[in-house]
Design a binder for this molecule. Structure first.
Ligand SMILES: Nc1ncnc2c1ncn2[C@@H]1O[C@H](COP(=O)(O)OP(=O)(O)OP(=O)(O)O)[C@@H](O)[C@H]1O
Length: 134
C-alpha cells in the first residue's frame, strides 16, 4: 500500500507546498491590506526602540508575542473578509456580524499590544529621555 507518509521525498514536497502557500498568504496580506502594512511599520518602530533601549530577552519575548498576536489577528481578519466576500457579496446581516467580529478581534489584539508596549518600553524610555526613574 502506498501512502504519502511512506515517502520522505513526498513529505518534503507536501511541506514545501504548504510553506509556499503560507508565504503566498502573507504576501497577499502585505500587498492588499493597508492595516497590515501599518502593523509592520509599528512593529519595526517597536523593535528599533527595543534595540535602542537595550531591553532584555524576557522583554523581547513579550514584545514578540504581542507583535505576533496582532499579525495573526490581521491574517485571520483578511481570511474571514475574503471568505465572506466570496460567500456573500451582497449585503447580509450575518456577513456584517462576521466582518465586524473579525475587525473587533484585530482591534482587541492591537489594543493589547499597545498596552504591552507601554508596560515594557515605557519605563526604560522614560529613564532614557529624562534621565530619571522617579
Ligand atoms: N457583505 C456584507 N454584508 C453586510 N455588511 C458588510 C458586507 N461587507 C462589508 N460589510 C460591512 O462593512 C464593513 C467594512 O467591510 P470591508 O469589507 O470594507 O472591510 P474593512 O474592515 O474595510 O477591511 P478592508 O479595508 O481590509 O477591506 C464590515 O465591517 C461590515 O460592517
Amino acid at each position: 500500500m502506498s501512502d504519502v507518509a511512506d515517502s520522505p521525498r513526498q513529505w518534503r514536497s507536501t511541506l514545501g507546498q504548504a510553506f509556499r502557500a503560507a508565504l503566498a498568504g502573507l504576501a497577499y496580506a502585505v500587498a492588499t491590506q493597508r492595516n497590515f502594512r501599518i502593523h509592520l511599520v509599528a512593529a519595526a518602530i517597536v523593535c528599533g526602540l527595543g534595540i535602542w533601549l537595550r531591553i532584555d530577552s524576557a522583554d523581547w519575548a513579550i514584545l514578540a508575542l504581542a507583535i505576533g498576536l496582532v499579525w495573526t489577528a490581521e491574517m485571520f481578519n483578511t481570511a474571514i473578509e475574503t471568505a465572506v466576500d466570496l460567500a456573500s457579496p451582497e449585503y447580509h446581516r450575518l456577513a456584517k456580524i462576521a466582518k465586524d467580529c473579525s475587525a473587533g478581534g484585530v482591534l482587541t489584539a492591537a489594543v493589547t499590544a499597545v498596552i504591552v508596549g507601554l508596560i515594557v518600553l515605557g519605563p526604560p524610555l522614560w529613564i532614557r529621555l529624562l534621565g530619571t526613574s522617579g
